[in-house]
Ligand binder design. Structure first.
Ligand code: AMP
Length: 397
């Protein structure tokens, strides 16, 4: 079956057409600046030339119309007509407590996604617009919702509750949800496969280190804790997000700078993290590493603090699971930066980990970076959220 995977943001739309039998990408691309002047769409068929076009996309429906146009184009398309696309998988950011796994989308599901939109006001409405646009253009094709939060729904109460008045949980469902769940699920299952073990027999820590970053503790195939919270702001230091901090800082800075709470949240989400710590060097780890190696104080400060936070979470999750068998690195930084991985692994030698320096020098490969005699195994496992979405979509559709 050919499955179209859609990841809709408020002004962007990523897509991949995947052949579920071979699990290969048939075509992929990105629509940017939807609803904003200067729209741009890209289309890359496997083995073919990448195309880019500047075109206004007033809404997501127009963007999906253009995507379908590219996929079915007589010369450079990859399907004869839409009937070849068997199902559509949608990435949905927040499933609240309602969705513990992927589901076929119907009116009731759409309503439930809308109901939890106040927990992800930037993402869920955009995700739903994508669903509605696909339904309008591809009537009768099954649509599946795959939630970023679903994998973390196995967390026990002790790890998902905040120590706030209980009524906030009862009234507003304020609790830790966690994100990047599709990636944590894919990577923890994949590493079990590589090790020739069942996920039920492993204690795994997954470090998803990208522009957004999170760690999860996966015990016997189930997530028991993760670093992101009610929103993706909590946990690790990220590209531009602060991660964990003392909540009192919010009022303190609001008063000092005479700004509102929402202004401050914008600072915490968009101007903090390694971007903030590096004092302007940037949020991209390639620039930070370069700065670090050239003696830039901001680059050093940002990377050392980022590494330290990851090290603390690994220690906490090894304790939470009463041990750890395997640690996995994934996402942009985790897959590509041997520099950052080495700095992390060097600080957790107490776990009996020995780094294989040659293997760690590789980039973007599925590879063991611990030596054969390392007590705890360390792997790089490139994440593949689109494939995970396609698999769930085929299973349900
Ligand atoms: P993601 O959010 O998973 O797409 O990750 C994006 C981030 O990965 C970028 O902001 C970079 O910081 C980082 N990244 C990508 N390639 C490299 C590389 N070769 N070395 C270090 N960091 C990288």
């Amino acid at each position: 079956m050919k499955v179209l995977v859609i990841n809709c943001g408020s002004s962007s739309l990523k897509y991949q057409l995947i052949d579920s039998e071979t699990e290969s990408v048939i075509a992929k691309g990105l629509c940017e600046r939807i609803g904003i002047d200067g729209g741009i769409i890209s289309y890359a068929p496997a083995g073919g030339e990448k195309q880019e076009q500047q075109i206004e996309m007033p809404d997501h429906k127009k963007a999906i119309e253009l995507v379908i146009g590219y996929l079915t184009d007589a010369n450079t398309g990859v399907v004869k007509d839409l009937s070849e696309i068997g199902a559509v998988g949608h990435r949905i950011v927040h499933g609240g407590e309602k969705f513990t796994k992927s589901v076929v989308i119907n009116e009731e599901v759409k309503k439930a996604i809308e109901e939890v939109s106040d927990l992800a006001p930037l993402h869920n409405p955009a995700n739903l617009i994508g669903v509605n646009a696909c339904e309008a253009l591809m009537p009768g094709v099954p649509m599946v919702a795959v939630f970023d939060t679903a994998f973390h729904q196995t967390m026990p109460e002790e790890s998902y509750m905040y120590a706030l008045p209980y009524e906030y949980y009862e009234k507003y469902r304020v609790r830790r949800y966690g994100f990047h769940g599709t990636s944590h699920a894919y990577v923890s299952n994949r590493v079990a496969e590589i090790l020739g073990k069942k996920p039920e027999d492993l204690k795994t820590i997954v470090c998803h280190l990208g522009n957004g970053a999170s760690v999860s503790a996966v015990k016997n195939g189930k997530c028991i804790d993760t670093s992101m919270g009610l929103t993706p702001l909590e946990g690790l230091i990220m590209g531009t997000r602060s991660g964990d901090l003392d909540a009192s800082i919010v009022e303190f800075i609001c008063k000092k700078e005479n700004i509102s709470v929402s202004d401050m949240l914008n600072v915490l989400n968009k101007k903090s993290g390694v971007l903030g710590l590096s004092a302007g060097l940037g949020s991209d780890f390639r620039d930070l590493e370069k700065g670090y190696n050239e003696g830039n104080a901001g680059g050093k400060r940002a990377i050392e603090a980022f590494v330290y936070r990851v090290v603390k979470y690994i220690g906490a999750y090894a304790a939470a699971m009463d041990g750890v068998d395997v640690i996995c690195f994934t996402a942009g930084v985790g897959e590509n930066s041997g520099f950052v991985r080495k700095k992390i692994v060097e600080r957790i030698s107490y776990l009996g980990i020995k780094l294989d320096e040659d293997a760690n020098g590789k980039r973007g490969e599925e590879i063991a970076i611990s030596t054969a005699d390392s007590k705890v195994k360390v792997y790089v496992v490139p994440t593949n959220e689109e494939l995970a979405i396609a698999r769930d979509t085929v299973a349900l559709a």
